[in-house]
Design a protein around this ligand. Sequence first.
Ligand code: PEP
Ligand code: MG
Length: 746
Amino acid sequence: MVERAESESRKLLGRLRDTMAEKAAGQERLDKITHLTADSIGTEVCSIYLFRDDDTLELCATEGLKPEAVHQTRMKMGEGLVGRVARTGKIINEADAPSTRGFRYMPETGEELFSSFLGVPIQRLGEKLGVLVVQSKEAREFSADEVYALEVVAMVLAEMTELGAFVGEGAALRARHTEPVLLRGVTGQEGAAEGHVWLHEPRVVVTNLVGDDPETERARLIEAVENLRISVDQLLAGAVMDTEQVQVLEAYRMFANSKGWLRRMQENIDRGLSAEAAVEKEQSDVRARMSQATDVYLRERLQDLDDLSNRLLRILTGQGTRTGADLPDDPILVARNIGPADLLEYGRKLRGVVLEEGAVGSHAAIVARALAIPLVIGTKRIQNEALNGDHIMVDGDQGVVHLRPDDTVVTAFRDKMAMQAKAQERYASIRDKPAITLCGTEIRLDMNAGLMADLPSLESSGASGVGLFRTELQFLVRNQMPKRTELAAIYARVMDAAHGRRVVFRTLDIGSDKVLPYMTPQDEPNPALGWRAIRVGLDKPGVLRMQLQALLRAANGRPLTVMFPFIAQYEEYDKARAEMGKALARERILGHNLPATLEIGAMLETPSLAFASKRFFEEVEFLSIGGNDLKQFFFAADRENELVRRRYDTLNVSYLTFLENIIDRCALTNTPLSFCGEDAGRPVEALCLAAIGLRSLSMRPASVGPVKHLLRRCNLVDVRAAIHDARDRGEANVRPVVMDYLRNLS
Ligand code: PEP
Ligand code: MG
């Protein structure tokens, strides 16, 4: 019985292949497929519904329903049984369809004559393309073999749709990957970019779906799986990993050796698929399960299986990540996700980056920011929609991506880019001028940095120095802990590049969103409030000591400035400073050249430190407000959480008043104070910070020009008065009055 089913399914596939090989228009092909399928499964009806837009299905071909309904009958996602298959991605197999909940008569098709209904989704690697249906008058439930046969036809339809085999007139039969698409994501790094798509991992295209000889296909599959196993073993043998990573790879190896996985693929071959198609069918099933799975552990394991299928497909088709295609001159990288090391390898060649996943605080985002490359993250569907070489425009400010844009979009977008270029020219013209306001106050503008790739910006941005060097980035972009000599060499190069300008090195700030790939992750309920930054440094001082020593050696007789992150109370500063004292003493004993001067400061990132004892303000040599963290703790709003991270305005009166208190406390003890969170780089926010008394701001290099341009046009006395008046009137937010002031500027 099983054998008969297998040979039936093979026969159907063979006939499908012959049909596809014939020279015919898209519509004709679809008609033939419905005819063949109805004939082979033994039903009166076979219909193909394809999406004409995101939400509407259209009857595109039918055997058995009224021909005049083709391209006329449409339904919304979720509507009727067909719409339900489309929405859920699940098969519906009903003997008595008309009495099933949700059934909807479509009188124009004449379907009221039919009782049984079998509908399967047409989907390719999780992307929904349509629904394939068979119906018969006889009230019967379809057998597992019949369901399988229809699934295979649906898969062939999906692959052929991808390859453009059904292109014809009308929205549902339009060529794929040719229409303009607007996709929305989230801003990872501001800026606009135009270019051509470069897929980090190009899709594998399977063209030979049908296997002629199951024996040959089985042998190909087994050989490929064998190669896959060897490569996973090599990965395990070669990598330097902690136990956690080994465990993950072990799970990976277990799947690669799983008999069930191999058996399911072999069964697909027995039913007539080629080895590649057999893998892809299994992968589609995994993706369907993945979309249903709510359990995190299960999803991760399914993700492993999905990954393994990808590797297997690449082995079978010979399509590696390197396809031989040349990187375009203006590449915009499109990927599901990308690691910081890979992104750094592309470096400044990239015009923009669009990620399907990713997070604002991810390492990739940090690198994109350092390289000042516009980045949009969380852009669903981009991987399915984009083809290598497609024209693409990335609006990092709005988090919007225009793929294959039409002329109107191109013109509007280029206008916007031209305006930005004009602004850049304006900023360049004041690059060497100081940031002096109309009332004669000079504000020091520094830049934030963390990678060697940042350093050229020191010249080009016009920044006075580096107000925050995030040393953790050097740790994050590596696969293993850097050595002291390596770090000393990097820090020395940073100081060389600064040519005597002040560089504030912040010691390792890890934990929370910044997890080192080679350190065992802590399972913490609230990582942002957890074991991070100086807390790690003091509890496990080995790395902190190594880093301090590297900094002292890098300075080698030059001035050195070091700042400790996330100090929440005096004792932490005191202990960290003592570590520096010990490191200095050791260096002296070893006879090394000591820094000419040494400044030791702290970051004020928790409200608690604003209320520390006077002694702390007297002893600390300088303070820098880490506004990103300080604001998240002040408002109790997670900076990584899209739902709340924009909820509270920096220009909220309570927050500005709190900042003013810090400024006042520093003034009392003459403690130098600066601000180095993202707000320092937002011109309006920077203006307000200056107006309430901050005289030193550190920001991304790209922000120095815009902030300086605005400061030079403003009178801080007036802005301060406007802010205080608004507060005295009981306003909750000063943004409206500041915007009024700016509108009235000449
Ligand atoms: C901050 O918190 O404002 C800051 C500058 O540090 P980071 O963004 O690296 O946490
Ligand atoms: Mg911080």
